[in-house]
Design a protein around this ligand. Structure first.
Ligand SMILES: Cc1cc2nc3c(=O)[nH]c(=O)nc-3n(C[C@H](O)[C@H](O)[C@H](O)COP(=O)(O)O)c2cc1C
Length: 184
């Protein structure tokens, strides 16, 4: 049997009852056989300064290590003002530096996101895809998992209850695992 695909999942919200953190938790249960998802929380990462990039905080060193250990990355992003939240951009920036030492380089990736609006993070996801061009990441294209009207798809305890969304996430993770094996 081939070795399991190790996916690192990162949600771009610090909110306790975050739909995106809940969607990532759901993903950890929907991952196909032959793959695993570990998660990394973005709390406690200070704002990026180029002055500090040669001597990053311990949490950033840990993030870069975890990214490098992973075969693939799953980013679950909210949409803030039509883009990705600052905490996620900040973490992406830290892990991309110093120049020439980006942890993201060459990583297969998948993107999904949940929003209380109807468009379900589409605009944020396309901004993230644009970033992945410069980061030299390889995001899969389909399915595009845009979880709109999130308040209707999770219960009060943060469990994903919408079966159609679960199926999209399953397919996304299967495609990510297949893609990672193909380009790995
Ligand atoms: C600063 C801010 C900006 C937001 N901008 C958008 C937006 O552009 N599009 C959208 O669909 N929802 C927007 N929202 C609402 C988010 O979809 C909602 O807060 C969502 O629950 C955030 O994700 P989370 O539950 O994972 O924290 C915004 C929320 C905040 C706090």
């Amino acid at each position: 049997m081939s070795k399991p695909v190790r996916i690192l999942g990162i949600a771009g919200s610090l909110r306790r009852k975050s739909y995106n953190r809940a969607a990532l938790r759901a993903a950890t249960e929907l991952v196909p056989e032959g793959a695993t998802i570990e998660t990394f929380e973005l709390d406690g990462i200070p704002g990026f300064s180029e002055d500090e990039e040669q001597n990053p905080p311990a949490k950033v060193t840990e993030l870069k290590k975890r990214i490098r250990e992973a075969d693939a990355i799953l980013i679950v992003t909210p949409e803030y003002n039509y883009s990705i939240p600052g905490v996620l951009k900040n973490a992406i920036d830290w892990a991309s530096r110093p120049y020439g030492d980006s942890a993201w380089n060459g990583k297969p990736a998948a993107i999904m996101g949940a929003s209380v609006g109807t468009i379900g993070t589409a605009r944020a996801q396309y901004h993230l895809r644009q970033m992945m061009v410069f980061l030299n990441m390889f995001p899969i294209n389909q399915p595009e998992v845009m979880i709109g009207n999130a308040s209707e798809r999770f219960d009060a305890s943060g469990n994903l209850t919408d079966e159609a969304t679960k199926e999209f996430i399953r397919q996304l993770l299967q495609n990510l695992a297949d893609w990672t094996r193909r380009i790995g």
